[in-house]
Design a protein around this ligand. Sequence first.
Ligand SMILES: CC(=O)SCCNC(=O)CCNC(=O)[C@H](O)C(C)(C)COP(=O)(O)OP(=O)(O)OC[C@H]1O[C@@H](n2cnc3c(N)ncnc32)[C@H](O)[C@@H]1OP(=O)(O)O
Length: 417
Amino acid sequence: MSLEVRTVAPSEFPGWMRAVRAGFLTAGGLPSDEVVEDRRADVDLSRVQGVFDGGRCVTTFRSFEQRLTVVGGATVASDAITGVTVAPTHRRRGLLSRMMAADLAAAKERGEPVASLIAAEYPIYGRYGFGPAAWTAEWEVSVPRAGLDPRRSGQPADGGRIEMVDGEDVRKAGPEVHAALAARRPGVVSRGERWWRQATGVAPRTPQETWTEPFYVMHRAADGEIDGLMIYGTDDKWGDGNQPQNTASVRDMIALNPAAERALWHYLCSVDWVTAVRSGDRAPDDLLPLLLPDPRAARLVGGSDFLWLRLLDVPRALEARTYAVGATLVLDVRDGAGLAGGRFLLEVAEDGARCVPTTRSADLALGVEELATLYLGDESVRRLADLGRAEELRAGAVTTADAVFRTGRRPWCPDVF
Ligand SMILES: CC(=O)SCCNC(=O)CCNC(=O)[C@H](O)C(C)(C)COP(=O)(O)OP(=O)(O)OC[C@H]1O[C@@H](n2cnc3c(N)ncnc32)[C@H](O)[C@@H]1OP(=O)(O)O
């Protein structure tokens, strides 16, 4: 009997959650009523898909509306996809493809110009028109090598102030600080209030989710405004000679300006006993290494593609962002799924960008997934052309497109969703 992809009834939601946990190898068994209830409260079941075989949920897929910050600081509605699993017993028979097709068609119907996800593995989502649009990097700072004066205090010398606070303070002030970040950093995605409850330990947890209360600090600028916050944990390690060798690991760090960023990193590198600082996932062009007297003290310990995007409405997506220079480009966008392809005239002027379907001859041809990798300014058109993934149809178009699309700072998505 063929299996049906369908939405999930409220009574089936615990079994659906069990399937997510099994797919992600988190834990077997049903989650507790408390965990189910908390999760259920911010899940729109009309956007939760599953396949049931003999009454057991064997595939999962969920989407929700997210705001994504694009270049220039505007946000667009994104169809955020999460919780994608197919049970090992039901893999490689097209069930993910069916759920994805249904979700993207619904998002297109709702008028969301992009879809977004964090890819568990690189090879999965390109076939559906997604491309990596923002990458991450992680550093480990060797504090003794950083060249910072060990006699300095944890406080900045410019009139700003670092304060240790509690989870409750972070739940109160965090959303506004995050909103200010979202207004300036392409790649940032909206955070619901549940994110703050989880980060501060007050959301219900399963017994498998171990959690230790972290430390919370905020940075206030000289005028008293909170313009930075950091959540970090520490381990407990002592060397053979009875020397403390603790590592401080950042769980979340928002800085709204370079002064706050400098103050927060220097603070963490000033904490007695801490000899190593793990940055957590940052933008690949994060200021961190260069905020240290010896940047080589920050060793790159991780980095990969992170936020993947899929354009569903090319004109609306391209009109939403800003561009570095004025130019006119005709893009031939290929989309095997027939959702967003076509030939588009992009005209960028001082007063904004206009993008419309056109019959003019194209300057550049590329796939919808390549356009996604260019969308937030993180990829080079020249590199895609060298790989044969973008085709220059008018001499000079690649150079023009690079000048138009690229940005001075790279996008960054701080959140797994
Ligand atoms: C946004 C997120 O939630 S990311 C999390 C993704 N989930 C996981 O990684 C959990 C473990 N993996 C799984 O649950 C499943 O393997 C899934 C969901 C990744 C794929 O589900 P399936 O139903 O097997 O995928 P489906 O049969 O529709 O495959 C479609 C195509 O993708 C390919 N594909 C699927 N998964 C993978 C993979 N992990 N690596 C490479 N190719 C893959 C298939 O081979 C198939 O290729 P084809 O069209 O050329 O034949």
